[in-house]
Design a binder for this molecule. Structure first.
Ligand code: SAM
Ligand code: DTB
Ligand code: SF4
Length: 361
């Protein structure tokens, strides 16, 4: 019987799934994963901070808040050309989606023309576009839709109950409103949260329940492990138990079968085995490239080596053009990318195998 897509989960039901014996939980997640997705494909996004630091909000996990003394070089909104250069580089290294993030409470109307131009030009490169700029009004969301924005990232971050301990400058309802504005403008939603904010299991279940009970599930669900940054109030927070983190990924997969579940921030602290387990639990998207927004991420070499070991291939979304990616065909998989169409080639040429060993793919 096909898995039903539900929007009426209770916190108790979600908690019961999350607390199942690990083998049962992983089996269920993997079964659903295979019903809805290619189990050996991972979508690859690359992030760029287009405006860095001096954010007026007080998110206690965030190095970009002006309230905390973190070692961060602030930068005003980047010029369009500089953003496009970075997008071209991301495309060359194999990312299919380019996500632009700004340390804002919300974008100013005066910045909209520049932001829309960024969307248009990144799209013009044949990449998917994503922006994360804080709260959006319905009008701003419509403007971004007109510009062709594919995804908007706006996280709930944690449960409604735990939320006030983490952020006081905007409400949970503000976040839900922005998500609704984005959905109403027909932009795909990327929304998830952070594990490691001192929350209880019930809060993790509460976060996933909120996401899974949205009128429409987010198309993309980033699950971040807190990156503990010196100077932020959460710097001394206890590290997250590895298996508990995997449980969150598996539960997200079970509740939101069609979504791309993204193994997001925090991968630098995870072993290869832990990341492999997250993929097994249903994660099928990552942030790729040596930097997230302001903190570091595993090197491209390490990621490619891991994907090679696991036999995982990059997922190329319909309509995305990766034909100019630096390593085409991909030396690891011997897959030729032609305007989003994957063509298996029979064997991997020796010179490409050598290149793969010498250089990042
Ligand atoms: N300022 C905008 C906002 O908050 O909506 C967009 C950028 S903000 C950096 C995007 C998301 O990054 C946050 O919602 C949070 O989930 C995540 N994030 C920020 N700092 C993090 C950290 N130290 N560890 C893990 N995730 C983090
Ligand atoms: C998301 O959920 N995680 C990304 C993206 N959406 C914007 C951001 C992670 C930020 C980690 C801390 C930093 O690099 O500043
Ligand atoms: Fe600002 Fe976003 Fe960081 Fe919060 S998470 S402080 S809104 S940049």
């Amino acid at each position: 019987m096909p898995t039903e897509i539900r929007n009426n989960w209770t916190r108790e039901e979600v908690l019961a799934i999350m607390k199942k014996p690990m083998n049962d939980l992983l089996f269920e997640a993997q079964t659903i994963h295979r019903e809805f997705h290619d189990p050996n494909a991972v979508q690859i996004s690359q992030l760029l901070s287009i405006k860095t630091g001096t954010c007026p909000e007080d998110c206690t996990y965030c190095p970009q808040s002006i309230r905390y003394n973190t070692d961060l070089d602030a930068e005003s909104l980047m010029e369009v050309n500089a953003v496009i250069d970075q997008a071209k580089a991301a495309k060359k290294s194999g990312a299919s989606r380019f996500c632009m993030g700004a340390a804002w409470r919300s974008p100013k109307d005066r910045d909209m023309p520049k932001l829309m131009e960024m969307v248009k030009q990144v799209r013009g490169l044949g990449m998917e576009t994503c922006m994360t700029l804080g709260m959006l009004t319905p009008d701003q969301a419509s403007h971004f839709a007109e510009a062709g924005l594919d995804y908007y990232n706006h996280n709930l971050d944690t449960s409604e109950e735990h939320y006030d301990k983490i952020i006081t400058t905007r409400t949970y309802q503000d976040r839900l409103n922005t998500i609704e504005n984005v959905q109403n403008a027909n932009i795909k939603v990327c929304s998830g949260g952070i594990v490691g904010l001192g929350e209880e299991d019930g809060d993790r279940a509460g976060l996933l329940m909120q996401l899974a009970n949205l009128k429409q599930h987010p198309e993309s669900v980033p699950i971040n492990q807190l990156v503990r940054v010196k100077g932020t109030p959460l710097f001394d927070e206890e590290p997250v138990d590895k298996f508990d983190f995997i449980r969150v990924i598996a539960t997200a997969r079970i509740l939101m079968p069609k979504a791309a579940v993204r193994l997001s921030a925090g991968r630098e602290e995870m072993s290869e085995e832990m990341q492999a387990m997250a993929f097994f639990a249903g994660a099928n998207s990552i942030f790729y490239g040596e930097k997230l927004l302001t903190t570091s991420n595993p090197s491209e070499n390490d990621d490619m080596a891991l994907m090679q070991k696991l036999g995982i291939k990059p997922l190329i979304p319909e309509g995305v053009d990766v034909s100019e990616a630096e390593h085409n065909p991909c030396p690891i998989h011997g897959i030729k990318q032609e305007h989003g169409v994957r063509q298996e080639i029979e064997s991997i040429p020796v010179e490409l195998q050598e290149l793969s060993e010498a250089k990042a793919v």
